[in-house]
Ligand binder design. Structure first.
Ligand code: ADP
Ligand code: ASP
Ligand code: MG
Length: 407
C-alpha cells in the first residue's frame, strides 16, 4: 500500500463546492492507499487576515500575527474532514502542532527543526485519512508559528519525507510548472519534468507555484514532487533529479518577482568594517537581503545598493538611517517600485553569451537594468516594476523557451 501526500492550495479549497470536489478526489486516491492531505486556508483568507491585522496596527506583534494567520488553515481541515465523513470515509484533522511540526521561534518565517509524525502515522495505520493544516507548527517554547507565505507546500513535502511517502502531489490552479507564469506569458509551455536545482532557482526567483523552501527540502530528502491541477486530471510536472536531456535547453524558465525594494546608502566611507556594520544592522532585524552592489570607490567614499522584500523595506530603511549617521554616510535612498526578472536553466553552465542576449533583449524594449546578479544556472536583473511583465515576455521570446528542446 503506497503512502501518498497530497496538498491542495487556497484556490482549490476556496468554497464549499471546491472542498467537496477535493474530498471526492481524496476519497478516490484513498482506495487502496494511505493518504495524508495537506490544505491551505480557503481562497484569499490569509490575505484577508493580513489586511485585518493592518487595520489594527502597522506593526503587529509577530507572535500574535502567527496566532491570527494559523486560524485560516484550521477552518479548511475541519471542513474537509467533515466532507470526507459525508462520503463515508474515516478522516481526522490535525493542526500543525498536532502533526508534530516543530520549528524555531522565528515567528511568521519559522524554520522546521524536526517532525514527530507519530499521530499522523497512527491515524493512517488505523485506516483514517489524515487531514493536516499546512503552513504552521509549534516552536520549542510551545508557541504557534507559521512558515512564511506559500508555506503549506513545505508542510506537504516535509511530511512526505518524514513518512517516506511514495509521492508528494501538489494540486493547484495551474496544471504544472510552466516555462513562465502562464497568467503572464500566454505561450508558456508546461514542463514534463524539471530538476530540483532548476525548480529551486525558479521558485526562489519568483515562480510561486512552489515555495522555495519546500523545493530545498524535496531536494535534500529526494522527495518526488508532482505538481498537478486540482481541477483536471492531466499529468502535471515531475520535480526530480537532473537528467542529461534536461541540459539541451539553455533557458528552462523565466521568472519575475515584484516583491522587491531597492535601498542605497550613499557616500559611505570606503574602509574595512563598514559593510559589516551596514548589513549587521539589517540582519539584526531578521531581514533577508538579496542582491548587493557596491560602486567603485571615489575619494575614499562609495555607494552601496541592495534589495529586500518589499514588506521589509520600511524597517530596513529605518535601520539603515541609524547606521548612516553612525558611519558618516551622506544618506539613504530607496525605491519600492522595482522588480527582479530572471532566466534559469542548467544549460547555461555549458553555453556562453547568455547574459549578453538577456541584456540585449531588455535594451530592445527600452528597459534599463539597475542591478545584475548571477548564479551558475540563473541570471537576474533588477528593473523598474512597471516593465516586469513586458520583460518576462521579451525574454521568453528571445530564448525561444516556449518552443522546447530541439529534437
Ligand atoms: P496555491 O494557492 O495552490 O498554493 P499559488 O498561487 O501559490 O497556488 O501558485 C500557483 C500560481 O503560481 C499560478 O496561478 C501561477 O500564476 C503562478 N506561477 C508563477 N510562475 C509559474 C510557473 N513558472 N509555472 C506555473 N505557475 C506559475
Ligand atoms: N495560507 C498560506 C498563504 O496564503 C499558506 C499557503 O497557502 O501555502 O500563504
Ligand atoms: Mg502556493
Amino acid at each position: 500500500m503506497a503512502v501518498i501526500v497530497q496538498k491542495y492550495g487556497g484556490s482549490s479549497v476556496a468554497d464549499p463546492a471546491r472542498i467537496a470536489s477535493v474530498a471526492r478526489r481524496v476519497a478516490e486516491s484513498a482506495a487502496g492507499h494511505q493518504v495524508v492531505v495537506v490544505v491551505s486556508a480557503m481562497g484569499r483568507t490569509t490575505d484577508g487576515l493580513v489586511a485585518l491585522a493592518s487595520e489594527i496596527t502597522s506593526t503587529p506583534d509577530p507572535r500574535e500575527m502567527d496566532m491570527l494567520l494559523a486560524t485560516g488553515e484550521q477552518v479548511t481541515i475541519a471542513l474537509l474532514a467533515m466532507a470526507l465523513h459525508g462520503l463515508g470515509r474515516r478522516a481526522r484533522s490535525f493542526t500543525g502542532p498536532q502533526t508534530g511540526m516543530r520549528t524555531d521561534a522565528a515567528h511568521t518565517r519559522a524554520r522546521l527543526t524536526r517532525i514527530d509524525a507519530s499521530r499522523v502515522r497512527a491515524a493512517l495505520d488505523a485506516g483514517e485519512i489524515a487531514v493536516v493544516a499546512g503552513f504552521q507548527g509549534l516552536s520549542e517554547g510551545d508557541e504557534i508559528t507559521t512558515f512564511g507565505r506559500g508555506g503549506s507546500d513545505l508542510t506537504a513535502v516535509a511530511l512526505a519525507a518524514a513518512l517516506k511517502a511514495d509521492v508528494c502531489e501538489i494540486y493547484t490552479d495551474v496544471d504544472g510548472v510552466y516555462t513562465a507564469d502562464p497568467n503572464v506569458v500566454p505561450d508558456a509551455r508546461k514542463l514534463g519534468r524539471v530538476s530540483y536545482e532548476e525548480m529551486l532557482e525558479l521558485a526562489s526567483l519568483g515562480a510561486k507555484v512552489l515555495q522555495s523552501r519546500s523545493v530545498e527540502f524535496a531536494k535534500k530528502y529526494g522527495v518526488p514532487v508532482h505538481v498537478r491541477s486540482a481541477f483536471k486530471s492531466d499529468p502535471g510536472t515531475l520535480v526530480t533529479r537532473e537528467e542529461q536531456a534536461m541540459e539541451e535547453m539553455v533557458v528552462t524558465g523565466v521568472t519575475h518577482d515584484r516583491n522587491q525594494a531597492k535601498i542605497s546608502i550613499l557616500r559611505v566611507p570606503d574602509r574595512p568594517g563598514i559593510a559589516g556594520q551596514v548589513f549587521g544592522a539589517i540582519a539584526e532585524r531578521n531581514i533577508v537581503v538579496d542582491m548587493i552592489v557596491q560602486n567603485i570607490s571615489r575619494d575614499g567614499y562609495t555607494d552601496m545598493s541592495f534589495t529586500v522584500p518589499r514588506g521589509d523595506h520600511a524597517r530596513a530603511v529605518a535601520a539603515l538611517e541609524d547606521v548612516a549617521r553612525k558611519v558618516g554616510a551622506q544618506g539613504v535612498s530607496h525605491d519600492e517600485r522595482v522588480a527582479k526578472v530572471s532566466i534559469v536553466g542548467v544549460g547555461m553552465r555549458s553555453h556562453s553569451g547568455v547574459a549578453g542576449r538577456m541584456f540585449g533583449a531588455l535594451a530592445k524594449e527600452g528597459i534599463n537594468i539597475q542591478m545584475i546578479s548571477t548564479s551558475e544556472i540563473a541570471i537576474s536583473c533588477v528593473i523598474e516594476d512597471k516593465y516586469a511583465e513586458l520583460a518576462v515576455r521579451a525574454l521568453h521570446d528571445v530564448f525561444e523557451v516556449g518552443k522546447g528542446a530541439p529534437s
